[in-house]
Design a protein around this ligand. Structure first.
Ligand code: SIN
Length: 544
């Protein structure tokens, strides 16, 4: 079937929903989301959203913290743009009904938390369920809006390009006209046409064996954009969150950095704190430093985990401040008010993504990328804690402003005729093990070879090992009728290749990319982004 709307948004987290609510003032909006509408990374976000809201804080301090965390390669004009937009966007969320926690001082003052790398308390939060609260309010508003329709269980496969529809040449002038999308329930593949398409598919944590991300995080937006010829950048910078709950039965449960912000200490098996050995900021050093420190402690001790200890705070405070973490750990038999929490680092956030300008526009006309899917230049080599939700709402707003400015022309143009999806000779897959085995191979290889600490040897080995897997996946894609698992496998294979290619090119250590063969940053040569584009040689983009 063919569906037409003014805007097609792929993904239903904070970026997609924030944009949808504004875009609906211009035209019709279709959102497709591959599971249920709240299966998003936003929904799992615990910590909160950073913005300058306190009397003693300033834009300059937030900018400085973001630049320091970004290890010298943030785009400074983007950092300023995002930070200065922050307070207004938080006010909008509050107007939509987001119940951020208020402080003891009074109803008009938010309770602001602290996290690693921040020099002030500036994280607006809803206890340790901030993302869930934001997602709830945004979904509620979207549901009330007659111009927004959300299609759950619809998995985007590939972008629809004008050149592929025979409507012009491929290359710089090509235009995105929407996407081909699988209905997971019926197996049908529909054409979703749009005048503007927005990728908001979150990150790619599932490329790694252990991740804090929800199952949907398979890098779909980056993979689709790359295959369509868009520029992608900075993919070597994968952020590992230092503190994921270590328990064989727990699946990807994050222990928020806010726990350290409230005084939680990282200790080893013997109860010895270790972070000041690695950085004067101790437990509140930036994430790249804390994750590497834990990795080094685990390699030296041979232990399975380190521990995060908040038992010195009153039990009442811990239960009130971290209700979700308290209850979840209790379900695994850990009373965090009495015992330290076993934790390990896990893949958490993709700092690179589809390269955009200061309005969220990608290098393909008609295609935007927002949130974790985008590489705007805000995060540089290591994202500052709680800057991700901020970037998502700010860029959703900036992208909307751009669409509004372009709207008279774009809105008036009719949808062109485009071809329906053709399955070719594909047949139903009889042996799903072919798909699950490739999934497992890729995730294990990436975890063991392209993790927190890298080496040239492991990167070159992983490249050799990935190539036959990638060609096998391409063959499956030709041979078999598409399923969500196969679509996602194709995407994680693309992401794995892009991450490894970028990591092999950057011959220095910076932020999240630490490689033992080049252990120092090299500002003279490497203050630049590695930009990849299918069928083109890689490019370097200098940063100011
Ligand atoms: C956390 O709560 O530690 C995660 C927040 C973030 O990734 O910024």
């Amino acid at each position: 079937m063919e569906f037409q709307s003014d805007f097609l948004i792929i993904g239903s987290g904070i970026a997609g929903l924030s944009f949808a609510l504004k875009a609906a003032t211009l035209g019709t909006v279709t959102m497709v989301t591959k599971k249920s509408q709240a299966d998003t990374a936003t929904n799992l976000a615990q910590g909160g959203i950073a913005a300058v809201l306190a009397a003693g804080d300033s834009f300059e301090l937030h900018i400085e913290d973001t630049l320091r965390s970004g290890a010298g390669i943030c785009r400074s004009e983007i950092v300023r743009l995002v930070v200065e937009n922050g307070p207004e966007r938080i006010r909008e969320l509050i107007e939509l009904g987001v119940a951020f926690k208020h402080g003891e001082q009074g109803k008009d003052k938010l309770d602001l938390a602290r996290e690693g790398g921040h020099s002030a308390r500036r994280i607006a939060h809803a206890f340790d369920l901030t993302g869930r609260e934001i997602e709830r309010c945004l979904l509620l508003s979207a549901a009330k809006n007659p111009r927004i329709s959300i299609r759950e269980n619809h998995c985007a496969i590939d972008l629809l390009l004008a050149s592929k529809a025979g409507l012009g040449p491929a290359g710089e002038q090509d235009r995105c006209l929407g996407a081909y999308v699988l209905d997971n329930h019926t197996g049908e593949i529909h054409t979703f046409q749009a005048k503007t398409t927005v990728l908001c598919t979150g990150g790619c944590g599932k490329v790694y064996l252990y991740s804090t991300n929800p199952d949907i995080a398979t890098g779909d937006g980056v993979a689709m954009a790359y295959r369509a010829g868009a520029k992608v950048a900075n993919l070597e910078f994968v952020q590992f969150h230092p503190t994921c709950l270590y328990d064989p039965k727990a699946k990807n449960f994050l222990i928020s950095e806010a726990v350290r912000g409230e005084g939680g200490r990282l200790i080893d098996r013997h109860g010895r704190p270790f972070m000041t050995k690695y950085d004067p900021a101790g437990d509140l050093a930036t994430r790249d430093i804390v994750a590497r420190a834990i990795d080094s402690e685990l390699k030296a001790s041979g232990d399975d985990s380190v521990f995060l200890d908040i038992t010195h705070k009153s039990a009442d405070f811990v239960r009130r401040r971290f209700p979700n973490i308290y209850q979840t750990c209790l379900a695994y038999g850990i009373d965090i008010t009495r015992a330290p929490i076993p934790v390990v680092p896990a893949a958490h956030y993709m700092c690179g993504g589809v390269l955009t300008d200061d309005r969220g526009r990608t290098s393909i006309p008609g295609l935007y990328a927002l949130g974790e899917t985008a590489c705007t230049g805000l995060h540089g080599g290591n994202r500052l804690a709680s800057n991700s939700l901020l970037e998502a709402v700010v860029f959703a707003h900036l992208a909307f402003c751009q669409c509004q400015a372009d709207w008279p022309g774009i809105g008036a143009s009719p949808h062109p005729r485009v071809p329906a999806w053709s399955p070719g000779q594909a047949a139903r897959i009889e042996e799903c093990v072919l798909i699950s085995h490739n999934w497992d191979q890729i995730r294990r290889l990436m975890w063991n070879y392209v993790g927190i600490v890298r080496s040239e040897k492991r990167l070159s080995l992983v490249h050799e090992r990935l190539l036959p897997i990638i060609s096998e996946v391409r063959q499956h894609y030709q041979d078999y009728l598409l399923t969500p698992d196969l679509i996602e496998l194709r995407n994680i294979a693309t992401l794995a290749e892009l991450i490894v290619t970028s990591a092999r090119l950057r011959r220095e250590s910076r932020g999240l990319h630490y490689i033992v063969d080049y252990p120092a940053a090299n500002d003279r040569e490497w203050k630049k982004y590695i930009v990849l584009r299918q069928r083109h040689p890689h490019e370097f983009l200098p940063v100011n």
